[in-house]
Design a protein around this ligand. Structure first.
Ligand code: PHE
Length: 346
């Protein structure tokens, strides 16, 4: 074969197969043509076998021609294959009565869990009052959960009856309150500091209408020069007004926590009866909401802050308790049972 004959053969093959491809009426026919043209015994392969008799110079001319022919036939075959594939889809679509202008089915949207709603509202108000978000671990050492917070070794809260111990050989507990964030934060940050620490806490209680072994608290801590009980009262009043409206009132009752001195229990005037007494406040007119107090000097000292220079207040409130009050839910278990009939209402 001469080079001239090779060129002629190329254009003959190209013409022949382009015609056949154009005339093909099924995708199977196209595949047969692919084998006949480009397959191991196909026309192009046979033609290229003749290359071996050419001189180097001739090969340099013939090689690219062979490649171009292969590319051109492949493109024509692929185009026809795609054409039949599209035709097949269209045929299928034409079989069904499809109205592409119909609107889709609405997707059922979920919403936040009532506890998240309550926690969001509380932290939003605290953020407006200047509290920064802080967090601490759920699995905590006794040092941060108790020791640094001035809780003595013999305190009943340190008993396995109240607190979950992770391992008897290690001083690790599931934190029994969010106050561990106080010690964690004060170790690393020096005053002025003002933080809120929302999160899960754990106590060795069995589940009933008012108790749960897992619940949520929000801790507040403010340390600066000259912080007093008066700051606590005004800030908590502002917080409760934010939560329950401008008429909200709070009162302090003396209490005890190892990490605050003095310590107080904070009550809110019942928002359902404005203090007159109803079934929510059990006739008291007031509802117990949270524990708080002035940070004990030992706690500041333990965390490396000079109690002669700084003072602070701290509070810890239960999210479930506030949520039950806000939403008038009587049983704490309602939050954990995931009964959509209940969740849908909020
Ligand atoms: N940690 C206390 C509790 O869980 C609440 C509290 C926090 C009291 C901060 C005083 C100061 O009951």
């Amino acid at each position: 074969m001469t080079i001239a004959e090779f060129k002629t053969a190329c254009s003959v093959i190209e013409q022949e197969y382009k015609n056949k491809i154009a005339a093909a009426t099924t995708s199977a026919e196209v595949e047969d043509l692919r084998v006949a043209a480009l397959g191991r015994k196909g026309a192009l392969t046979e033609l290229l076998k003749g290359l071996k008799d050419f001189s180097i110079e001739e090969k340099k001319e013939a090689g690219p021609l062979g490649n171009a022919l292969k590319a051109s036939l492949t493109a024509a075959l692929d185009e026809k294959t795609a054409f039949f594939a599209a035709q097949e889809i269209n045929n299928e679509l034409n079989k069904v009565d499809l109205d592409l202008t119909l609107p889709g089915y609405p997707v059922a949207k979920g919403h936040k869990h009532p506890l998240s709603v309550a926690q969001d509202r509380m932290t939003t108000i605290l953020a407006h009052l200047g509290f920064e978000w802080a967090e601490g671990p759920w699995v905590e050492d006794e040092k941060h959960n108790f020791d640094l917070l001035n809780v003595p070794q013999h305190h009943p809260a340190r008993d396995a009856q109240d607190t979950f111990f992770v391992d008897t050989k290690m001083p690790l507990v599931l934190r029994s309150h969010t106050s561990n964030v106080q010690s964690r934060y004060m170790e690393k940050h020096k005053p002025p500091l003002r933080i809120m620490a929302p999160g899960r806490v754990f106590r060795n209680d069995s589940l009933d209408a008012t108790h749960s072994p897992v619940f949520h608290q929000i801790e507040g801590l403010y340390v600066d020069k000259n912080v007093s009980l008066a700051d606590l009262k005004s800030d908590l009043t502002a917080f409760m007004k934010g939560l329950f409206g401008n008429k909200a009132e709070i009162r302090f009752r003396p209490s005890f926590f190892p990490f605050t001195e003095p310590s107080v229990e904070v009550d809110v005037k019942c928002v359902f009866c404005q203090g007159k007494g109803c079934n929510v406040c059990k006739g008291n007119g007031w509802i117990e909401m949270l524990g708080a107090g002035v940070v004990h000097p030992n706690v500041l000292k333990n965390c490396g802050i000079d109690p002669n220079e700084f003072s602070g207040y701290a509070f810890g409130m239960g999210v479930e308790r506030l949520a039950m009050m806000m939403l008038n839910i009587k049983d704490i278990r309602a939050f954990y049972e995931n009964d959509v009939r209940l969740l849908k209402q909020f």
